[in-house]
Design a protein around this ligand. Structure first.
Ligand code: GDP
Length: 440
């Protein structure tokens, strides 16, 4: 996420970081670099200029030149200003009203349908709500199918009416259906066009008027940079929406939209989409995002994601197995699957402070576990539960079956053995034994 921008800001601020004392010239040059980095990331020129002017003012006001660690203070000032620019605090969605109605708007392909599903799933699991998805795209039958597929995957009901061509009537019927069937949140997915046009704007304005949503969200593809900001403005003029959803932040996004959108429409970014899976949704925290942009990682989000995915009951079962020496390849596979559910690997690594920089150019993709999974899948049940039986002929067979080499099979077996030993040590005798073993 925002690799290029992070890199350039890091370089710009690097000059100051090492200096015990700095000069006004240094500060001015650094800020010029910061401004250039922002503009390269597709931040509007005026926003970037105002940004660096404010940082400069604050720096002078706080006598940055005479403080003990001027470089650190400058980094902090840039971080605070970035946070402010992106919205200050995190803002949630308004769930008042029974049902609370949430209207989704945005261009076609921005990720509205995907996000509608993600939000329904999020509200269902986090806020124990009973959401209903409503399909209002009457122009593309495939869009209705898509919402049904999403609904089935997350086990959320979907309301649609293929015989009706009036999206306003469908939206109203959807809300009535929710009331009658005990759904306390209604998420209305609407049609989008490839570009802003009067007809689409009128249609969404009419739906908005008819169902009076508690929350109107504007979904935008972060990859579209300055265009994202312009589209946001057009939608906001008509709908006066409550918040922005930035999707596709997992891609090679330059970051401009995330940074500028708030100051252009004066509406907060509420969530971000970081992948195609239903779990790839994050609440947008401006300060955490600023940390990530400045390469400081985001450990809080990382821990939160881990907590979401790791089931306590499962963890307890696993502990028992380890204690009894019954940890097998099936358990190993389960662990891998849980880690994968936490999200895109590169994205996860980026949350570790400093890791982004270290891993620059290293290709980590979601296929990182592909070989391991293939090898395990080629094992028989016996081999998985009792890896000790895997002799050289079995290794050959497993290698062939999984499209890997015997060497790769050996490597996995070795890693598995080491891991099992470590786990056993952590269990019995606690960390002490392990420390002893490691210091030998
Ligand atoms: P809609 O036309 O606005 O309803 O857009 P869709 O929900 O159909 O999304 C368009 C495409 O973008 C689909 O292929 C989605 O899988 C993909 N997509 C949506 N959100 C994200 C995201 O956060 N990250 C990535 N990588 N792809 C996304």
């Amino acid at each position: 996420m925002f690799d290029n921008l992070s890199d350039k800001l890091d370089k710009a601020l690097h000059v100051l970081k090492g200096h015990g004392s700095i000069t006004e010239v240094n500060v001015a040059e650094t800020l010029k670099e910061v401004r250039r980095a922002l503009i390269d990331a597709d931040v509007n020129f005026k926003i970037a200029k105002d940004f660096t002017n404010r940082v400069k003012e604050k720096a002078l006001g706080q006598n940055v030149l005479t403080t003990l660690q001027p470089g650190q203070l400058m980094v902090k000032l840039v971080k605070d200003e970035l946070t402010e620019l992106m919205g200050g605090d995190a803002s949630g969605v308004n769930l008042s009203g029974n049902p609370s109605v949430i209207l989704m708007s945005g261009l076609q392909g921005s990720g509205k349908t995907t996000f509608s599903g993600k939000l329904a799933n999020f509200l269902k699991t986090k806020k124990t709500k009973k959401p209903l998805l409503v399909a209002c795209d009457v122009y593309r039958p495939a869009a209705i199918d898509q919402l049904h597929v999403v609904g089935d995957a997350i086990k959320v009901d979907v309301f649609s009416d293929r015989d009706n061509t009036d999206p306003v009537a469908i939206a109203q019927a959807g809300v009535a259906f929710a009331k009658a069937n005990g759904h306390n949140v209604v998420i209305v997915d609407t049609a989008g066009r490839l570009a802003v046009d009067t007809e689409m704007m009128n249609e969404i304005a009419n739906i908005h008027k008819a169902i009076q949503p508690q929350e109107t969200l504007f979904v935008v593809d972060a990859m579209t940079g300055q265009d994202a900001v312009n589209t946001a403005k057009a939608f906001n003029d008509i709908l006066n929406f409550d918040g922005v959803i930035l999707t596709k932040l997992d891609g090679d996004t330059r970051g401009g939209a995330a940074i500028s959108i708030k100051s252009v429409v004066d509406k907060p970014i509420k969530f971000i989409g970081t992948g195609e899976k239903m779990e790839a949704i994050d609440v947008f925290y401006p300060s955490r995002m600023a940390d990530r942009i400045l390469g400081m990682g985001d450990v809080v989000s990382l821990v939160e994601r881990a907590q979401e995915q790791f089931d306590e009951e499962e963890a307890r079962k696993l502990q028992k197995k380890i204690a009894k020496n019954q940890f097998g390849f099936d358990d190993f596979l389960k662990q891998i699957q849980q880690v994968k559910k936490m999200g895109n690997m590169k994205d996860l690594m980026g949350m570790i402070p400093g890791a982004g920089k270290m891993l620059k150019g290293v290709d980590i993709d979601d296929d990182a576990f592909k070989h391991i999974e293939a090898i395990i899948h080629s094992m028989t049940v016996e081999e998985r539960t009792n890896p000790g039986v895997i002799n050289s002929s079995r290794k050959k067979r497993i290698g062939k079956g999984s499209g890997t080499s015997v060497q790769q099979v050996n490597q996995l077996l070795k890693q598995f053995n080491q891991m099992s030993k470590m786990m056993k040590m952590m269990q019995g005798g606690g960390g002490r034994k392990m420390m002893q073993a490691m210091s030998r």
